[in-house]
Design a protein around this ligand. Sequence first.
Ligand code: FSO
Ligand code: SF4
Length: 527
Amino acid sequence: MFCFQCEQTAGCTGCTGKAGVCGKQADTANLQDELTGALIGLARAASGKEPGASADRAMLEGLFTTITNVNFDSETVRRQIQAVHREKNALAPGCGCCSSPCSRTDDYNMKQLWEENEDIRSLKSLILFGLRGMAAYAYHALMLGYTDKEVNRFFYKGLFAIGEDWGMDELLPIVMETGTVNLKCMELLDRANTETYGTPVPTTVPLTIEKGPFIVVSGHDLHDLYLLLEQTKGKGIHIYTHGEMLPAHAYPKLKAYPHLKGNFGTAWQNQQKEFADIPGAVLFTTNCLMPVKDSYRDRVFTTEVVQYPGIVHIDDKKDFTPVINKALELGGYESDHPMTGINGGTQVTTGFGHGTVLSVADKVVEAVKSGAIKHIFLVGGCDGAKPGRNYYTEFVRKAPKDSVILTLACGKYRFNDLDLGEIGGLPRLMDMGQCNDAYSAIRVALALADAFQCGVNELPLTLVLSWYEQKAVCILLTLLSLGIKNIYLGPTLPAFVSPNVLNYLVENFQISPISTPDEDLKKILSK
Ligand code: FSO
Ligand code: SF4
């Protein structure tokens, strides 16, 4: 196997051997490569044609499946390869039985990519990993009935490019286009989420688990949470969010369920410790699933494209009865079970999406003009297991009192239980939502630039980002495609960015690797 798509990749170069650092076994990793090669074959077969809804669905599922911490189950990956082949044969019906094959619709051998010249490999990896992240967002939107032709078509265009013998000049524009199309995709998901469940409102979320049966819902898919809330109505079961599901509390139509009680635990990488002997059921709707330990193996369930060998999977019929029965059987804690964030806080807040922040835009503009707010930081992105991520906690703690911290995605668990106080009636720490709600941050940044009649790069705004997996890649590409400069990125730079590509990013976008909170704050605030 070879895989270097996430931040925890072995030795900061690549996972090889029997298994990846994430626990993905070599046979599954190889099958995921085969699946990606089949998707490139599908993109080739679709060239000059109009793929239909079933091909689009196979495309999204195939790409989403290969994201870090989503699918550890070889059997389901095999079935997906077959499904992709069926779609390819439907698009190019004569190819399978042609007597003089031209190889134009062949599957791609991913070994070719991993053995490419390092700069080409780097650009193609940026496209591939960006597409994987974007596919997850398109998939969630699709589950709510929202889809976009231009977004769907780009998956084929990007994958087709990966299979071609193209140079830097041809690949670079596609890297940037991945970012541009991802903005459209995040906007689509924002529309799907807000039109279905309402505009998020600021909400305080307790971290205590009340006594009695409960289910913890992890991942990003609001539709699954909604279906589970419906199916558990009046059953005496409490529902808690986990990880990236936390922002669900802010959506009026989800918030309206009285049994949606609070948030369980902290960020994804602590799950093996926090779920040990948990007297409740856990449902994973997306990443980030870690190898399941014996102490809670019988109470974990997966749905959507998440799968783990031996773990009960809830299929597309969405009958959550096994999850509900498990929660009732386990019974929950006998008395209220207080939990805290990593800094000892007992509650967190969320719900500061673009709807809320832009509704008080006048206040923000006034506070910046009067000097009450001197700087705005967006400290967001993924959390992860590697040491060095306490940088983000320290950065937020040390940020001056006249600054505001916007945050999003699971990296916020490093500091979201801190009470940072208020500035001019606004909380200093505002959680904008999941990683896909980077769309909200972009809307706010563009609106502020408009109000001050300047470019986003001229605003007193700095992005301090943490990355872990492929959704962070597509978001970073979106920010670059918008021309946003001076981003601070950590905890380490991606292994798939070659020195030449890094030079390009530094020269054109002034991306900086993070150093220490003190040094970076000094550098940012002295500008
Ligand atoms: Fe975190 Fe995991 Fe949302 Fe990622 S939960 S690391 S960026 O999957 O997707 O933020
Ligand atoms: Fe390694 Fe990350 Fe790939 Fe898992 S997803 S095999 S940890 S690079």
